[in-house]
Structure formats: C-alpha cells, structure tokens
Design a protein around this ligand. Structure first.
Ligand code: AMP
Length: 331
C-alpha cells in the first residue's frame, strides 16, 4: 500500500556525491512507490540567523539541485516550508505537548547551545517541535532519517501519542524511520576518512566543474603501491575502489583489482585519472541541469507554487481536524 513519506532538506551547502548516492538516488525511486513530500526547511535555518540576502539564494540552490537530481513535482509534493502557514499554527498547538525538561535534554540542543552560547534562542530549544510539526501536519507514516535525527523522530512520536491520549483520539499517525535500502551505499572521503561530508571538507560536489573534480581526485591519499600479491588493501585505497565501483563499469573495476592482486606498481595515477573521468560522467549532466534550473525563475516559481498548493491542501485538512478535536469552533 502507498504510504506517506516526508523528508526535509536544509537550505545549506551543496549536494555532494555522498548525498547523491546515499539519499537522492533512493528518493527518486521512492517517488514511484509512495506519496512523497519533500520540503525545504527555511524556517529551521533561522536558529542560526542566516544573512537575509543569502536565505533566498540558499533555498533556490538547494531546490535546483534536488530537482536536477530527479525529484519530480508531478510525482511528489515539493514545497518551501515558509509557504505553508498552517505549519506555524500547528507548531503553536504542538508546543503545548512539549515539556521544557525534555527539550533541554535533546542532544542537538545541548550540542548547538554549547557551540553557540551567545544565541541560545527559544527557536533552537523548540526545534524538535517544529520538526514534529513538519511530519505530523501531513500525518506521515515514514521519515527517512540519519542517526543524528533519530531522537527527533522519537520526540515526534511522543507528541503525537500525548495528543492522541490527552484528547482520547486516534488522530496522529506515529511516524517510523524509513529504511532507504538494505545495502545503503556509503561514499567514503578521498582523504582516507570513512565518510564524504560537507563538514569533513573532503566532498566532491555535484556542481564542481570537471577541472575541480580532477584536482580533488588527483590529491586523493595513496602510497607507493602494493607491497606484494593479493594483500588486503589499506583503507584509503579501498576507498578509491569503493567510489570506482559506484561510478565505473565493472570491467574498469576488474582491471584495477587485477593490478592490485598482481602487486603491480605505478598505476595509481591511471586509476585516479579514470576515477575522475567516471565521476565527471555522472556529475556533468546533473551540473548542467542545476545551472539550467537556477536560471529559469519561471520554472522555479511554477514548481514552488504548485508544491505550496498541494502541501497547503494536505496541511489544512490536518489542521481543521486538530482544531475541532481541541475545541476551537466557529460562531
Ligand atoms: P548531510 O548532507 O550530511 O545532512 O546528509 C544528508 C543525507 O545524505 C544523509 O542522511 C545520508 O542519507 C546522505 N549522506 C551524506 N553523506 C553521505 C555519504 N558520504 N555516503 C552516503 N550517504 C551520505
């Protein structure tokens, strides 16, 4: 049966190869199987006081990147959070289900308050309530979450359950984590680290020009070559093979595996060249699409207007029932 799945997108930074293979490829498939909502969480970004000039640019960039990767406004509901005022009202109502003690204990709150002690605002404290609202406003069944978001989803379930039990209704669905796939691909860093990431400073971005990608791959950590035949690979070499397996043809992978197995020397340069070429083959069409979409304001206007309309319809339906349950009535 079709389920409702919701995923939020933070309007910060660009998408990298890890985001693409770890999340986007799966989101694109998910659209064919489920009723998907994808939204750009611009209200969420206010906790860190973004530059007003940059806020819109960031929303535009991230929206263009997601659309270029294949999120389809005809299949999914793609919207900007601040275009849906119903979210703000439900946020107010759900705040009454959230206890101060719990909010103060949230890992992400403690972490951010420690890192930024001069701006511990109430919005930061109630961030999990806004996140719960994003989910509950569409009564989502599933939310694809990373490890750092699991606690927030648990809090969402608590608020939903509290509401249901206080008002003796079975109204809010308790959302569960969406498992994106059994063998989720993790893209490693080129610097020998286990994960490619924005904050790790080792990412290859989808918008990177071919020259930039070549330079990044060229500087990947390697050594003098295998010290014998059929040895286990050190992590930083294994990482290069992991990316190769994702972006290249099987016969390319086999060719370099064979060189490694035979303990040959002096082929890392060729491996890097091939790897860069195959990454560019994947990212170039996406980069071109991103740039096209970014330059097409009419299209972006149409997508966001259509998304806001669909999202508001779903949100208004939920809010109407919540108001009734809570006792708000028209004269
Ligand atoms: P982030 O950009 O770190 O907020 O990550 C957003 C999502 O992209 C995560 O929840 C993962 O699903 C995915 N992701 C990020 N980095 C990687 C990576 N190196 N390999 C695979 N998936 C990743």
């Amino acid at each position: 049966m079709k389920k409702t799945v919701l995923s939020g997108i933070r309007p910060t930074g660009n998408l990298h190869l890890g985001n693409y293979y770890g999340a986007l490829v799966n989101f694109v498939k998910m659209q064919n199987e489920h009723n998907c909502f994808f939204f750009i969480a611009d209200w969420h970004s206010l906790t860190t006081h973004p530059d007003p000039k940059m806020l819109h640019t960031n929303v535009k960039n991230v929206l263009s990147e997601y659309l270029a990767c294949g999120l389809d406004p005809e299949k999914s509901t793609i919207y900007v959070q601040s275009d849906v005022p119903e979210i703000a009202e439900l946020y107010l109502l759900l705040n009454m289900q959230a206890y101060l003690g719990e909010l103060e204990k949230t890992v992400s709150f403690k972490d951010k308050a420690r890192k930024n002690p001069n701006n511990v605002n109430a919005g930061l404290l109630t961030y999990p309530v806004l996140m719960a609202t994003d989910i509950l406003i569409h009564n989502a069944d599933y939310v694809p979450v990373g490890k750092d978001q699991e606690q927030h989803l648990e809090m969402t379930r608590n608020y939903a359950q509290r509401f249901n039990s206080k008002y003796a209704v079975d109204f809010f669905t308790l959302p569960t984590p969406f498992i994106l796939g059994q063998n989720l691909i993790k893209i490693p860093g080129l610097d020998g680290s286990g994960k490619m990431g924005k904050s790790e400073g080792n990412a290859i971005y989808l918008v990177d020009e071919p020259k930039v990608i070549e330079k990044k791959v060229k500087s990947a950590l390697t050594d003098n070559g295998p010290e014998g035949q059929n040895l286990p690979k050190p992590d930083y070499i294994e990482n290069l093979f992991t990316i190769l397996k994702v972006v290249s043809e099987q016969q390319t992978v086999d060719y370099y595996e064979d060189l490694w197995g035979r303990g040959e020397q002096r082929w890392y340069g060729s491996l890097k060249k091939q790897l860069a070429e195959d990454i560019i083959k994947v990212t170039s069409p996406i980069r071109e699409k991103i740039n096209d979409i970014k330059g097409n304001n009419e299209f972006l206007q149409k997508v966001t207007a259509q998304g806001a309309e669909k999202a508001r319809e779903s949100a208004a339906k939920t809010l109407k029932e919540v108001r009734q349950i809570m006792g708000f009535k028209k004269f």
